[in-house]
Design a protein around this ligand. Structure first.
Ligand SMILES: Cc1cc2nc3c(=O)[nH]c(=O)nc-3n(C[C@H](O)[C@H](O)[C@H](O)COP(=O)(O)O)c2cc1C
Length: 220
């Protein structure tokens, strides 16, 4: 069992956050969770999940959102709780994932602002040499966005934009979401059944659920 930190920001694409949380919890892991104020707004708008302003209502909403059993393995923090346990380098956080990651948070992480818990945990992950996976969603991207992505990649973050592929012939929205989330889970070395593995042009796409362990050959 690993404890992961998941930060939710005000970028669109909260379906990715939900699928990621469900997959981490289904794999038996524990999650520390925080949503920025803009993240709380978009959570309500896109998923109908009430999180309050700084995430103070998120713990209450969690059982109805993810189910009571899963919710029991999530520690929820307000985004202004910059002194919460995950804000310290001494915290045993396996990896931090910001999903989806707004361009605002991306820029502030790049500059080391640490102005809320999500940014602080990202800063700690970089300073401690821990895995930091950023799932940005914005299009088109400005030179500022692209420079921030390049700099963060050079600093050790994994920038994994929410850009689903189509070569696995997705049929549902879930197939598209799973294609991105499966790649995030691969980076975390979490086994999963989300997203199909590429087997070559002559092979039919494999069904999600038949996904081998991370690091399989031929992944695109
Ligand atoms: C419905 C909605 C969708 C948004 N989508 C995006 C987006 O996809 N990418 C992005 O960078 N910002 C997006 N924004 C703007 C961010 O929420 C805004 O820049 C905010 O200040 C980010 O704050 P945060 O980084 O602290 O979460 C969106 C805002 C709203 C209300």
């Amino acid at each position: 069992m690993t404890r992961f930190f998941v930060g939710i920001t005000g970028a669109s694409g909260h379906a990715y956050a939900e699928a990621l949380l469900r997959a981490l919890l289904a794999a038996g892991h524990e999650v520390d969770l925080a949503a920025t104020p803009a993240g709380c707004l978009v959570l309500r708008h896109e998923l109908g999940v009430e999180a309050g302003v700084q995430g103070e209502l998120l713990a209450e909403s969690l059982p109805g959102w993810l189910g009571p059993e899963a919710a029991a393995r999530v520690r929820v923090f307000r985004s202004d709780e910059v002194g919460a346990p995950p804000s310290s380098g001494t915290a045993l956080t396996g990896a931090a994932i910001i999903c989806p990651c707004s361009m605002g948070t991306l820029g502030r992480v790049r500059a080391g602002f640490s102005s809320n818990l999500v940014e602080r945990v990202a800063d700690v992950a970089l300073k401690e040499g821990r895995r930091l996976v950023l799932v940005p969603r914005e299009t088109p991207m400005s030179a500022i966005h692209l420079e921030n992505l390049l700099d963060l990649t050079r600093m050790g973050a994994i920038c994994l934009p929410a850009m689903p592929g189509f070569y696995h012939r997705p049929k549902t929205l879930e197939d598209l979401v799973d294609h991105v989330v499966g790649k995030v889970l691969d980076r975390l070395s979490v086994e999963h059944g989300r997203g199909a593995r590429w087997k070559g042009l002559d092979e039919p796409p494999s069904e999600a659920g038949a996904v081998p362990a991370p690091g399989a050959q031929g992944e695109r």
